[in-house]
Design a protein around this ligand. Structure first.
Ligand SMILES: Cc1cc2nc3c(=O)[nH]c(=O)nc-3n(C[C@H](O)[C@H](O)[C@H](O)COP(=O)(O)OP(=O)(O)OC[C@H]3O[C@@H](n4cnc5c(N)ncnc54)[C@H](O)[C@@H]3O)c2cc1C
Length: 224
């Protein structure tokens, strides 16, 4: 009788947690020293032991920064994130090498995210790719606009916060999808990067295509 090997195929490597800070209710930024190169937009796997089935996370820090930062939220019934949130500086964590083809570019375009889906765009921004981008970030509450101070400073009016459940100064009251539906004259020759849960990504893609954006100009990363 044959058996199925459920162990991860990629060898995990131990690293030491540098910091693990709650930046909004149940949302954390985890950091550890960078000992590898990666391309902004890539992900890596995290586990609590070498035998763990790793979960995937976008790298949120820049390509040249000394630390790797991961932006994550706790899934209360989840296998990894409730324990991940308990980690303290010096604790051991297991990581895969970075991988993935979701990559930033220096071409003009839109970065459209929901929730922690902002992470790859944070990496692209911190890697110097933000100069010609428009950032559209969706969150349920006003405290879900992670890194908003630095984004406001860098992007000004090119940084749009869409809040579905609360109204706030300078914040669009509604979902990202509604904001996109109301936009006219979105340039058809620019790239539209999407990142978030499956429903948000699929709805945004559909809206963009209805507005004439070619399929090939819509580049999506789905968190599942
Ligand atoms: C390419 C990619 C990149 C990603 N990047 C990020 C990122 O940057 N940041 C981020 O926060 N996440 C990211 N994710 C999601 C991440 O990989 C994990 O799926 C997420 O953090 C949940 O992990 P977990 O082990 O805590 O939950 P899991 O154990 O995987 O559970 C997932 C969901 O199932 C529910 N669930 C699990 N068990 C039960 C049960 N017994 N009964 C009821 N419900 C249950 C949980 O509530 C949770 O909602 C990414 C995913 C992909 C695919």
């Amino acid at each position: 009788m044959s058996t199925v090997n459920t162990k991860p195929l990629i060898q995990l490597k131990a690293i030491q947690v540098q910091s693990n800070i709650e930046i909004a209710p149940s949302v954390f930024v985890l950091s550890f020293p960078r000992e590898f190169t990666f391309r902004a937009g890539q992900v890596l796997g995290l586990g609590l032991s070498s035998a763990d089935d790793p979960r995937l996370y976008s790298i949120a820090s820049g390509e040249k920064e000394p630390d790797i930062r991961i932006l994550y939220n706790i899934k209360p019934e989840g296998h990894l994130t409730p324990s991940l949130a308990q980690l303290k500086p010096g604790d051991t964590l297991w990581i895969t090498p970075p991988f993935g083809n979701y990559e930033g570019s220096n071409e003009p375009g839109y970065w459209i995210a929901a929730g922690t889906g902002l992470a790859p765009f944070s990496s692209m921004f911190n890697s110097g790719m933000g100069g010609n981008k428009i950032v559209i970030h969706g969150g349920r509450t006003l405290d879900s606009f992670y890194f908003s101070n630095e984004l406001l400073e860098a992007f000004g009016e090119r940084y749009v916060r869409c809040c579905s459940q609360q109204a706030g100064d300078g914040v669009y009251h509604g979902r990202v999808t509604r904001y996109l539906e109301k936009q006219d004259n979105l340039p058809e020759d620019q790239k539209y990067y999407l990142c978030g849960g499956a429903e948000m990504v699929m709805q945004c893609r559909e809206i963009l295509m209805m507005k004439g954006i070619p399929f090939n100009n819509i580049i999506a990363e789905i968190y599942f």
